[in-house]
Design a protein around this ligand. Structure first.
Ligand code: SPV
Ligand code: MG
Length: 427
């Protein structure tokens, strides 16, 4: 059998008993990383879940299962039977089941499925676990936990409840492995764009926090907030505490000063970089204002954007780490990732621990695997839901205007049934 659950109820013990009656029962326990990428972050860690399940009557042993696919464990153990609920006959886990059947056939094993009974009480328990994950004190430290769990985590831009739900729920099954986004990025560019405003720190803090709150209301994943320049240090020390209290996991502030413009303009517009001393003082003040050890203050270096050179970027990186920044974000608007790679190599030669963050909007050919090899820990897809949603909406508007009716736009649109059921009533 395979298990991932962090809530054990009568439904589980009943199926365990039936499986145990067939012989010696081995449980493949899904690791935390797998659970987090196919369902939700486990409330109980792998070791805890193993301890609970190995003490249930009928369980002979518990072994790790490193993918949603059972292939590795099945080929190694060649069990006579695989026991599972019949809830995987349709839906997301169907290919996993097909693979199990194929492997069992190779050596003459058998799949035994028991009917899966929907139970409202058990569903309430699951809902309760999800709610737990959304509580600020539970959510805040999750970025730190993920960084300890995986060499590289990814985040996708969110700017509303609905984009938050996309970040929360989108799951892909590929070659027996499951993929979900680890975290969310509240982008200043996309929050401003959604409100039809330029990305120049024009949205005030209350407006930015309102968006973050709207997203947090319907999601459980950790959130990294784009803090722009952090503003005046005297204001930043208050704002960083508000973010921490809300359950945000990190903020990234960039070393610019005065009227900030979006980095992707680069040196085409006038932008001023802060002095190292001033920015270090801002980092130190922000860190001193924090109340927990869970919240990350990440310093973002604009030297490559502003064409100040690699040496300047590196000097700043080490200074910001000395000022106690919890991470470094290096930004570039070059299509060629060479300067990002050079920075990562030179930074990692001296500092192997401080998390490194990149935003590959321009250098978008680099895979996460390659970033991980270069020592990057967080990859942020900073604007992609905005950039993909906008052309779809614009095209639909044009089609309606062209045809003087909406029928021709139907193919571009979700069905009415899908839209009215998109949001479950008791999320
Ligand atoms: C944002 O998403 O608002 C960012 C990243 O700050 S960038 O737009 O590349 O500057
Ligand atoms: Mg920004």
């Amino acid at each position: 059998m395979c298990f991932s659950t962090d809530i054990i109820h009568g439904g589980h013990t009943a199926i365990i008993q039936k499986a145990a009656a067939l012989g010696e029962l081995t449980i493949g326990m899904l690791t935390d990383e797998v659970v987090a990428t196919y369902r939700r972050f486990p409330v109980l860690k792998y070791e805890e879940r193993v301890k609970i399940i190995e003490n249930i009557k009928g369980v002979s042993r518990v072994i790790p299962q490193n993918t949603l696919s059972h292939a590795e464990n099945l080929r190694r153990l060649k069990p006579d039977y695989v026991v599972h609920g019949d809830n995987w006959v349709t839906g997301f886990q169907r290919p996993i089941r097909d693979e199990v059947i194929k492997i069992l056939r190779e050596y003459g094993g058998e799949l035994i499925e028991y009917p899966y009974t929907k139970n409202e009480e058990y569903e309430k328990l699951e809902l309760h676990q999800r709610e737990q994950l959304a509580i600020p004190d539970m959510r805040r430290g999750r970025l730190k936990q993920l960084l300890a769990m995986k060499p590289l985590i990814n985040a996708i831009e969110v700017h509303s409840g609905i984009t938050g739900l996309i970040a929360e729920k989108t799951t892909v099954l590929q070659d027996g492995k499951t993929y979900q986004f680890d975290a969310m990025w509240s982008s200043s560019l996309c929050d401003s764009t959604a409100k039809g405003k330029p990305d120049i720190e024009l949205l005030d803090m209350s407006t930015r926090l309102r968006t973050v709150d709207e997203i947090m209301d319907v999601t459980t994943k950790p959130i990294i907030v784009d803090g722009d320049t952090g503003g005046l240090t005297e204001h930043f020390v208050y704002n960083i505490r508000t973010l921490e209290r809300m359950g945000v996991s990190a903020t990234i502030i960039e070393d610019k000063t005065g009227l900030k413009k979006n980095s992707l303009f680069g040196a085409d517009v006038e932008q001023t970089q802060d002095s190292i001393d001033n920015f270090c003082a801002k980092i130190a003040a922000g860190k001193a204002a924090l109340k927990t050890k869970d919240f990350f203050l990440i310093a973002r270096i604009e030297s490559l954007i502003l064409e100040k050179g690699m040496d300047d970027a590196l000097v700043r990186a080490f200074a910001y780490v000395d000022a106690k920044a919890d991470g470094i974000m290096i930004h570039s608007r070059q299509k060629d990732p060479a300067e990002i790679f050079e920075f990562c190599g030179k930074f990692r030669a001296k500092d192997t621990v401080t998390p490194l963050v990149v935003v590959p909007t321009s250098f978008n050919t680099v895979t996460e695997e390659e970033f991980a090899r270069r020592g990057v820990n967080i990859v942020i897809y900073a604007n992609h839901l905005t950039r993909s949603g906008f052309p779809a909406m614009q095209k639909t508007a044009e089609i309606i205007l062209t045809n003087h009716r909406a029928k021709e736009a139907d193919d571009m649109c979700m069905s009415i049934n899908e839209i009215i059921t998109l949001i479950p009533e008791n999320y």
